[in-house]
Design a protein around this ligand. Structure first.
Ligand SMILES: [Mn+2]
Length: 473
């Protein structure tokens, strides 16, 4: 299945790519490079625990019979389960091509995906290049771009992968030009084979999967190379809801992450341990070979990486959480009742209830502590332990619900004003309530109405004034 519309739209906004597109943005056929021009394909085939189930019969002789017709495909099998990282290393060690391209099995390449990747490597051999990863729906295999399409790869300080907008400084005149990305999303990339091995490949001490995308990303940047996302190269990927295999006990994502942090992140590893204290006592295994490699390649330190490459990441994910503007209970002036989210998840409507401080039945069902934090959103929980749900609403007549925080302001952006209203800039409305029905909803702002006046238990005036002086930004 081809998705020319996605590809052409990425090429056609902005100038056409030299002579590769015509003025309408329609691709000329000579731009296509047939897949068979690839040097070879190595299929890794793991001895996973699912392997002996009837479901995967097709991965045994049937696969060999089928692949016999493709001269350039070789099947490599491991003797025991090695996991993604070591199996990829095995494939890479047997590959003969000049450029290695790693893709997951649940990928489907789009038209002309390869030349834009190879082009970037031809320009600079010490480059890792990633295609744009499009989304293939796991239910119906529909194909579409990710929300926001071209974005930089980033991470928070629990080492969750994040995507952030390309800052103006890094935006190219032609948006189809490759752009720098601090970290890759997963494992879809192309790299010069010699450069990959100069970098030591993946750390073979990493187990099964997890953290390896950070390891290779930090390494390529810190050790004299770079990493680019290539908007003209598009590869569809099925995002699974559930991981269909078990990770053997004794190995864990946490251990991999700590190994990467201890090898590459220097003093910044501390920011992870502050959020994940349980990592402090984990063993990383022997990382002396990794440290030796870092010294041997004369790699720069992580501070350099944060300053020169990932300088925009702390704007979205600061290592040290800035102080909140207000926190604690949120009490309505007219009702003398408190906002209560009942430990709800996404979709939960906020309600009024008797304030816990006023001796409402002390059951665990109440959740009345909130934090109005530096992202100018409101989350359940005390400042250091907020849940990742935010006050969210749509219009001046909508309920106020909890929704997964996106951290991008927008419809989760609130302003706590001097008149005690909780103002929602996007809808130009205020939080109102009906004390009798205990309902909370949006309304047109009326600062004189006491049902729209709310009192936070604690306020940091310095921070709050800073929020409010920024206006409706
Ligand atoms: Mn995948």
């Amino acid at each position: 299945r081809y998705c020319i519309s996605t590809l052409t739209s990425s090429v056609s906004h902005g100038k056409p790519l030299s002579d590769e597109t015509d003025s309408t943005g329609v691709l000329r056929p000579q731009w296509f490079l047939e897949e068979r021009e690839r040097n070879e394909t190595l299929l890794r085939n793991q001895d996973s625990e699912k392997f002996n189930q009837p479901k995967v019969e097709h991965l045994k002789e049937k696969l060999e019979e089928y692949m016999a017709r493709f001269a350039k495909v070789r099947i490599v099998r491991t003797k025991k389960r090695e996991g993604l990282i070591r199996t990829r290393l095995l494939g890479a060690s047997m590959a003969k091509g000049e450029v290695l391209t790693f893709l997951d099995s649940h990928c489907e390449v789009n038209v002309n995906w390869l030349p834009p990747l190879l082009n970037q490597i031809a320009l600079n051999q010490k480059t890792i290049v990633c295609p744009m990863i499009d989304v293939i729906d796991h239910n119906h295999f529909g194909y579409e771009a990710q929300a926001g399409d071209a974005m930089r790869g980033a991470f928070d300080w629990e080492m969750y992968y994040k995507r952030i907008p390309i800052p103006p400084e890094l935006q190219r005149a032609d948006p189809s030009d490759p752009f720098e990305s601090p970290v890759m999303a997963g494992g879809l990339f192309a790299v010069d084979r010699k450069w990959f091995w100069e970098l030591g490949g993946y750390d073979p001490g990493l187990e099964i999967w997890g953290g390896e995308q950070y390891e290779i990303s930090f390494k390529v940047w810190m050790c004299g190379g770079g990493m680019f996302d290539v908007p003209c190269s598009r590869v569809g990927h099925i995002y699974r809801k559930y991981v269909p295999y078990k990770v053997p006990s004794g190995t864990s994502l946490a251990r991999n992450l700590k190994r990467v942090a201890e090898t590459w992140m220097d003093e910044f590893a501390e920011y992870i341990y502050q959020r994940r204290p349980e990592y402090r006592h984990l063993s990383t295994g022997d990382i002396s070979a990794q440290k030796e490699l870092r010294k041997h390649l004369k790699c720069k330190d992580f501070k350099w990486f944060m300053t020169a490459v990932a300088w925009d990441v702390p704007k979205y994910y600061p290592p040290v959480e800035p102080p909140p503007a207000a926190w604690g209970e949120i009490r309505n002036v007219a009702a003398n009742l408190c906002v209560d989210s009942k430990h709800g998840a996404t979709g939960t409507e906020l309600r009024l209830d008797v304030c816990v401080k006023d001796g409402s039945e002390r059951t665990w069902s109440h959740e009345q502590l909130f934090t109005f934090g530096w992202r100018e959103d409101i989350r359940p929980g005390e400042p250091l332990h907020t849940r990742k749900f935010c006050f969210d609403t749509i219009s001046q007549s909508s309920p106020v619900i909890l929704y997964d925080c996106h951290g991008m302001k927008g419809n989760q952006h609130w302003s706590y004003r001097k008149d005690k209203t909780l103002f929602h800039p996007v809808s130009n409305g205020c939080i109102d309530c009906n004390p009798a029905e205990k309902k909370i909803f949006m309304n047109r702002c009326d600062p004189l109405s006491e049902t729209q006046q709310w009192i936070f238990e604690h306020i940091n005036m310095t921070v709050l004034e800073k929020f409010n002086s920024k206006g409706s930004s």
